[in-house]
Design a protein around this ligand. Structure first.
Ligand code: AN7
Length: 372
């Protein structure tokens, strides 16, 4: 069998592509599902927690899943340029996939509120980086207006191909576990990802009676093994200063240390509500302090470094476990949407400073002795 070549190749029968579609891929997807070993007990949870580490995608976030589809279709439809508004990760993915396709990318980012690694990526891949004196929601409105008038394809998640690519994360979880988890938890910003997860779970389980070959023989499970397969309860977690789903409508000046989800007017509002309602799930909010504590706990107890926004899924999970809302003995999958290296400033700001010592054995040994 050929080596893994990305999620469009892997799931081509379940995606809107044809044999002639020019696939733009960086071999995204196929990310590890890692079982947490020490953290569940530490937070008083008597059950399994597995993290889907989307930070191990080519540009370091789940955005690659949607971007391979969006850029592939833009290229197929003859576009030569793409545009997006972004809190950082979408711009990094757009810039990389545009480079891969030989296209021009324009990215609108909020002034001063984008993590350093993401800005470095957009700049390094040659995007035209447009920093606006406004937030993500302003940028979102502007790119919709501009793409309506100019020959540039909009690749934010209002582009339906984005969610098509992102739904594949659910297929991977189903294959890895052989069934759906009891709960699937994730951070919510513009709300495309929770909508795409649910779409994937519904599609995979809804086709349980479809011919076994619908996955073109690449599928490690057989369709009949999906008979009666349940779907997970979807839990969407927001940062308290940026929680339109908890407030019941748009938030005008969203603020949070988790800059990726600093979004006040989510585009996939009704799809995300449908995911939560149809699955009997709920939304919850976490403070910045809870988010940073969860990020550090995961890094220190499990060796997994995700960015603050991604840690929101664990922060919410910890809260819901403490409130008794998540049943003991259940299996929870948490999507870790982006890598911790995206935001080195926030990581360093909440960590212990390096110890400054002379380049001599004596003082180093003395320091080490204090920790043994
Ligand atoms: C790490 O990059 O919206 O609810 O412009 O980067 O699907 O928006 C990023 C979103 C979670 C929220 N975690 O996902 C952007 C952008 C990380 C993110 C989210 C984002 P959605």
């Amino acid at each position: 069998m050929a080596h893994y070549q990305g999620l469009i190749h892997r799931y081509r029968d379940r995606l809107p592509v044809s044999e002639n579609t020019p696939i733009v891929s960086l071999n995204e997807g196929n990310t590890p599902l890692i079982e947490l070993q020490r953290l569940p007990r530490q937070v008083g949870f008597d059950g399994r927690i597995l993290v889907k580490f989307e930070g191990l995608n080519p540009t370091g976030s789940f955005k690659d899943r949607g971007m391979t589809m969006a850029v592939t279709k833009a290229l197929e439809e003859g576009s030569r340029a793409i545009i997006c508004a972004s809190t950082g990760n979408t711009s990094a993915a757009a810039a990389a996939y545009a480079a891969r396709a030989g296209m021009t990318s324009f990215v609108l980012i909020p002034e001063g509120k984008i993590a350093l690694g993401k800005l470095a990526q957009a700049m390094m891949h040659g995007a035209v980086v447009i920093q606006i004196q406004g937030n993500f929601d302003d940028g979102m409105r502007l790119v919709q207006e501009i793409s309506a008038d100019m020959p540039v394809a909009l690749v934010n998640s209002v582009n339906p191909y984005r969610l098509q690519g992102q739904k594949t994360v659910a297929f991977e979880v189903l294959e890895a576990l052989g069934q759906a988890p009891d709960y699937h938890v994730l951070p919510v910003g513009n709300a495309g990802n929770i909508s795409a997860h649910w779409m994937g779970y519904c599609e995979a389980t809804g086709q349980q009676t479809a011919a076994c070959g619908y996955c073109n023989g690449h599928c490690p499970y057989h369709a009949e093994s999906l008979q009666g397969v349940k779907r997970p309860i979807m839990l969407g977690y927001q940062a308290a200063g940026s929680a339109p789903f908890l407030r019941g409508g748009p938030v005008s000046s969203p603020e949070t240390v988790a800059t990726a989800i600093r979004i006040g007017n989510p585009m996939s509002w009704s799809l995300a509500w449908a995911a939560v309602k149809e699955s009997a799930g709920w939304f919850e909010e976490c403070t910045d302090a809870e988010i940073l504590a969860a990020q550090a706990l995961l890094a220190r107890t499990e060796g997994i470094f995700c960015e603050p926004s991604s840690a929101t899924s664990l922060a919410g999970l910890i809260k819901d476990v403490a409130r008794g809302k998540i049943k003991a003995g259940s299996t929870v999958v948490a999507t870790l949407t982006g890598h911790g290296l995206k935001d080195p400033d926030t990581a360093i700001a909440q960590s212990q400073r390096p110890h400054i010592v002379a380049a001599e054995k004596g003082p180093i040994a003395e320091l080490i002795g204090k920790f043994l």
